[in-house]
Design a protein around this ligand. Structure first.
Ligand code: 0WD
Ligand code: CA
Length: 378
């Protein structure tokens, strides 16, 4: 396993013995058998309220409440409330890993796996792992991940690239509305209480969120990560999280085999990576027409998504995604040797290039907050 990981790190030519190591991302390099991935188990959860305040409980969890099967079918107006009932989160506030670190600080004494388990683990957001999984197939957006080792644990926190920041600040009005529509769909599909009905007249406030904290392991890499969960299904066959969780998505109504093919090759890869990591068994898609109405729904079981591209030469392969992620974790573990919360190894990737590394100290890249480092050092 270790040997296999090493091969992917570009060999240093003799003429240039001091060149910094890098990691290639070509899919062909990672097409081995599917690596072991421990079934994710939930360690706990937390909620962020309408003011983005942390609570160590499930108060922001919502309950899956789809329209009745024998009813008239959905007719959700996703644009409703965009102008007058929308409270978007302030995206200038960079939270890094802070909420997850607060959870970890408050539960570090109760972690299963023994006292040494955390020291050998990687701690991050699920969303960061999703980006790693899809990297071998990504042709548009690069990423930067900051890494620090502290008390043995490797922490990974995304840094917004200059290109991503520029794109966010210049986000076209149509794209802004599209983002709102994704959240609005959740309000048509979820209730605040089990057995309750959705209330689409309520304001959409994207500060609110429910996050699950999970333990898993990819190959030899123990993982502790957190991801935002849309809702839980009170009627799910398993009441045990994450098996009861449901991911909600909206996508354009499709009208040709070509549309479906493109959807399978690109969007479904992202849906699969995100839900597979956390162990969410089903993604419910709402298809929206050009007027912003959802008129049909479809369930995509996470474990069946790959079937849509299994025989497609231009499709994606889950083994490649997971093998690359494992190789990146080995690369990061081997690169970040010094245990120092103020030291940052910045891993940068742009499509078509290998992952490269640069080293930084303190601001602006250090991301482990003083309150965390001090409390953990007590
Ligand atoms: O500060 C940062 N750089 C980031 C913070 C980047 C990514 C995430 N986060 C935080 C957010 O504060 C959020 O509470 O992590 C949480 C979500 O974590 P995740 O589950 O690891 O992220 P991801 O899988 O990318 O997204 C899950 C959902 C999204 O749903 P869709 O259906 O669009 O995938 O979390 C929401 C979004 O609804 N979300 C965010 N909400 C607020 N701020 C953000 C964000 N930056 N990113 C995703
Ligand atoms: Ca969602």
């Amino acid at each position: 396993k270790r040997e296999a990981d090493k091969i992917q790190v570009a060999e240093l030519p003799n003429k240039c013995p001091r060149r910094a190591p890098s990691l290639r991302t070509d899919p062909a390099l990672y097409s081995g058998p599917f690596p072991s991935y421990r079934r994710p188990s939930e360690l706990g959860c937390f909620s962020l309220d309408a003011q983005r305040q942390y609570h160590g409980d499930a108060r922001a969890l919502r309950y899956y409440s789809p329209p009745p099967i024998n009813g008239p079918g959905p007719n959700f107006d996703l644009r409703d409330g965009y102008v007058d009932r929308y409270q978007p989160r302030d995206e200038e506030i960079r939270e890094g890993l802070d909420h997850l670190l607060r959870w970890l600080l408050e539960h570090r004494g109760q972690l299963e796996g023994g006292p040494g388990w955390l020291a050998g683990a990687t701690v991050t957001w699920r969303g960061h792992l999703t980006k790693l999984l899809t990297t071998p197939y990504e042709r548009q957006e690069g990423w930067q991940l900051a890494a620090s080792r502290f008390q043995g644990t490797l922490y990974l926190s995304e840094v917004e690239t200059p290109a991503a920041r520029a794109q966010r600040l210049a986000r076209p009005p149509l794209l802004r509305e599209l983002m709102y529509m994704g959240y609005k769909f959740e309000h048509y599909m979820c209730a605040d209480k089990p057995g309750g009905s959705p209330d689409p007249t309520r304001e959409v406030n994207t500060n609110e969120g429910f996050c699950s904290v999970l333990r898993s392991r990819l190959g030899s890499h123990p993982l502790l990560f957190s991801g935002e969960v849309d809702c839980t299904d009170p009627h799910a066959p398993s009441k045990q999280p994450p098996a009861c969780y449901v991911e909600l998505k909206t996508t354009k109504e499709m009208h040709s085999a070509g549309h479906w093919r493109t959807f399978y090759r690109h969007k479904l890869l992202k849906w699969w990576a995100q839900s597979f990591l956390l162990g969410v068994p089903n993604v419910i898609a709402g298809f929206r027409n050009p007027e912003g109405l959802i008129s049909s729904l479809k369930t995509f079981p996470t474990m069946e998504m790959f079937e849509n591209v299994r025989n497609d030469r231009d499709g994606w392969n889950p083994s490649v995604c997971m093998n690359f992620c494992a190789a990146f974790l080995s690369f990061a573990q081997n690169t970040v040797v010094q245990d120092d919360p103020r030291l940052v190894h910045l891993f940068s990737w742009d499509p078509g290039s290998p992952v490269t590394v640069s080293v930084h100290r303190d601001a602006p890249y250090a991301f482990l907050p003083t309150w965390y480092v001090e409390a953990m050092s007590q």
